[in-house]
Design a protein around this ligand. Structure first.
Ligand SMILES: Cc1cc2nc3c(=O)[nH]c(=O)nc-3n(C[C@H](O)[C@H](O)[C@H](O)COP(=O)(O)OP(=O)(O)OC[C@H]3O[C@@H](n4cnc5c(N)ncnc54)[C@H](O)[C@@H]3O)c2cc1C
Ligand code: SF4
Length: 479
């Protein structure tokens, strides 16, 4: 035990009064910081600097992981933070919520050799959180203001990363978003227990302090047409994400208390942010003391079950038509959910919702896995006469998201979309079918990850800069 720890124990024996409690808290924070600091150093020094940085290759941002691990091991945290920021606009966000087991950490050479990965995500979070605490992260200083302006539709990670990169170049940026807060799914989708909201808000504030303008509660297609926006700006980025929930039209689907995942998660996130939420305050979207059934096997379903646990649900069950091995959600998330008491009913498919006015139970049929389909996954088929019933006071549908009909929403048939409704872009220039309008993030890829949205936003910024420079050259030539 260290001297500090002994001191901590001594303090704990004193009569608790405010001064003692505060002192204990200060001591605890100091010990905790020291512990985290040592842990981060210890983990960083485990990096073998193997010279074949598979971690870096498998990080969508190609973060310079071995170098910032080395700097952290040497205690050079400010340099580590600068390096982390040179490739990533939100390292503390990615450190918290990237599925590292599928990306950097899953490809760590030490992990591959059976000795357990270097905890890259945690170190990335630690470096950046420390940088924020120490005041090393500062608003952008513009060396030369440009005359051109860019309008960004959507304040999610793709839009924000693009806005920041272009602002660094001195362009005037306005970000439009239909929500009342910026952040996209970082603010209203991903739960607070995975990504604390202050982490998102301090990034947004930094962007505001850097001169980026935000126009909230502005829906393109409703408050402005795409054409009007194009008139206002020299280039546009569409980064609107994918929000249309996939439906499940079973008998009884119109019963009350059956909700799409985003409604449940947004209500919970809004409550956490201190908002009044009618359907939460009146108990409808609050899982407390209820039997919850979540349908789906992806990460959104995992967020729903774990949110329901935190709201003190009576029971939480997750129905998924394939088995554990074939589940799209992260293994780590399933493990976490199981540890928290969630019951997974593998190979199960809802058939019917039962209830008089509100849902009271779900009829479920058992499934088995059959032949492999064209995507390489086994097809689930129902087992005849295998139905069973489970109690449900609240059913949450988490079956994934599709893009909204953007050409219709924007009233612009020139905007070409794929057969899935995602925006088609020139993969090199990131330009859509309309010159000067670019697109990035989930609205191009389909539902994906934050780290990919950041990558796309950064790439789009490079291409928009090229476009604006070329436009300037053409203008000068024509004059
Ligand atoms: C519940 C949930 C949990 C997730 N968890 C994780 C996770 O743990 N890790 C991870 O990496 N990824 C996770 N993801 C995925 C990740 O959040 C997305 O891939 C990412 O946010 C996509 O970024 P984006 O900028 O493309 O879109 P979004 O984040 O969706 O942002 C789009 C923004 O555009 C705005 N908008 C849309 N239409 C208009 C319009 N017409 N006019 C104005 N504004 C508009 C929206 O209001 C929104 O703010 C999760 C997704 C969900 C749904
Ligand atoms: S951004 Fe994500 S994938 Fe890349 S190093 Fe960080 S945690 Fe790993």
């Amino acid at each position: 035990m260290t001297d500090k720890m002994l001191k901590f124990v001594d303090v704990s024996k004193q009569t608790p009064n405010k001064r003692n409690v505060e002192k204990r808290l200060d001591d605890f924070r100091e010990i905790y910081d020291q512990f985290i600091n040592e842990k981060a150093k210890e983990q960083s020094s485990r990096c073998s600097q193997c010279g074949v940085p598979f971690c870096q290759v498998h990080c969508p941002l190609h973060n310079n992981i071995p170098d910032w691990l080395k700097l952290t091991a040497e205690g050079r945290l400010q340099e580590a933070s600068e390096l982390a920021h040179s490739t990533n606009n939100m390292p503390e966000v990615c450190g918290r919520i990237c599925p590292q087991d599928r990306l950097c950490e899953g490809n760590c050479v030490i992990e591959q050799s059976g000795h357990g990965t270097v905890t890259i995500g945690s170190v990335e979070k630690y470096i950046t959180d420390t940088a924020w605490d120490k005041g090393w992260i500062k608003p952008i200083k513009i060396t030369k203001e440009q005359n051109e302006s860019v309008g960004v539709i959507g304040a999610g990670p793709a839009g924000l990363a693009c806005a920041e990169e272009l602002r660094k170049e001195g362009y005037k940026i306005t970000v439009y978003d239909r929500y009342d807060r910026a952040g996209g799914l970082l603010i209203y989708g991903i739960p607070n227990f995975k990504l604390e909201k202050f982490v998102v808000e301090r990034r947004i504030n930094l962007l505001k302090e850097s001169g980026i303008k935000f126009q909230q509660n502005i829906e393109i297609g409703k408050n402005f047409t795409l054409e009007e926006l194009k008139e206002k700006h020299d280039a546009i980025l569409i980064a609107t994400g994918v929000y249309k929930p996939r439906e499940i039209n079973l008998p009884g689907h119109n019963l009350k208390n059956i909700f799409p995942a985003m409604e449940f998660l947004t209500a919970s996130n809004r409550k956490g942010l201190g908002d009044k939420v009618k359907n939460f305050d009146n108990g409808i979207l609050n899982a407390e003391n209820k039997n919850i059934v979540v349908i789906g096997g992806g990460d959104t379903a995992m967020d729903c079950v774990r949110t329901a646990v935190r709201q003190n649900a009576n029971s939480v069950k997750c129905l998924y038509r394939r088995d554990r091995e074939n589940m799209p959600g992260s293994t780590r998330e399933v493990y976490n959910a199981e540890e928290e008491g969630v019951k997974f009913i593998w190979l199960s498919n809802p058939k019917k919702f039962i209830g008089s006015e509100k849902v009271s139970s779900v009829i479920v049929e058992k499934m088995k896995l059959d032949k492999i389909d064209s995507s390489g996954r086994k097809i689930p088929v129902s087992i005849p006469n295998s139905n069973f019933e489970i109690k449900a006071d609240l059913v949450i549908k988490a079956l994934g998201f599709d893009p909204e009909d953007l050409p219709k929403l924007f009233n612009n048939s020139e905007l070409v979309v794929s057969k899935w409704g995602t925006i088609k872009i020139n993969l090199k220039s990131m330009e859509t079918s309309i010159p000067g309008i670019f697109a990035a993030g989930d609205i191009v890829r389909g539902a994906s990850l934050v780290v990919w949205a950041i990558r796309d936003g950064r790439d789009a910024a490079v291409e928009i800069k090229k476009y604006l420079e070329q436009k300037k050259i053409n203008k000068t030539k024509a004059a």
